[in-house]
Write a protein that binds this ligand. Sequence first.
Ligand code: UTP
Length: 282
Amino acid sequence: MKNKNIITNCLFPAAGYGTRFLPATKAMPKEMLPVLTKPLIQYGVEEAIDAGCDVMSIITGRGKRAITDHFDISYELEHQILGSSKEKMLDDIRGIIEKCTFTYTRQNEMKGLGDAIYKGKVLVGDTKPFSVILADDLCVNPDGDGVLTQMVNLYNKYKCCVVACMEVPIEDVHKYGVIEGNQIEDGVFMISNMVEKPDNDKAPSNLAVIGRYILTPDIFDVIEKTKPGKNGELQITDALCEQAKKGMVIAYKFKGKRFDCGSVDGFVEATNYFYELEKTEK
Ligand code: UTP
């Protein structure tokens, strides 16, 4: 059946080295770290499916083969557990593989998130808006729509790039892209400026961008003209700031929780959260 949604493609930049998780990430992709029994990237893919996407485009790099294998059939294993009680443990991933198409390309050098997204042009095309999920930002909304679904709804209203944001303590702003903007409706800001990892005392606000974006395809032209920024990397924050100045980009204070699973603290917090959730559901 043809997908009737406008945003059908979700891009997963997953080429980073995950150095904060060494030695675990020496030979294993950070995106494959499990929260309970499910790898981080599978949570992201499930959120994208809920938001109406059925093409998952993944930016990989050296040492990331496990991601490709995860979203494929494992004949030997499936044959081995056929008919046993363990078979149902693969139900969800089998469903995902049936529903979605997975496409991949490599980012050969870690030149920054803006560059990783630009590499995705060959996968998502340059005619339609697409979504972006950073799998190490694990998002949940126990009270309603997932975070990406909330953002797709907002895209349908404003038809422009949307970034997810949240309030963080001012002493943490140096870890994020930070926005400045006017509130145009409850929790929705029209961005006038964005700064990548500002010093705490120079941040324009405490509204930090997290790993969920809806991007319009003209972002690729903007990225092409964007120069390397903070840490010599091509920053998506700089490209979006440019986009905001010549058109419109909105930041959305999403409903739900976000765990920074790129850090050990956030990862442990997510594990505890899902463990408690699973215990209460049993
Ligand atoms: P991070 O900076 O959090 O990821 O990038 P990292 O570099 O893997 O982690 P540490 O700091 O070394 O522990 C955010 C996301 O952007 C992707 C990463 O894979 C991660 O999902 N990314 C970042 C790329 O794909 N390419 C890049 O050049 C940079």
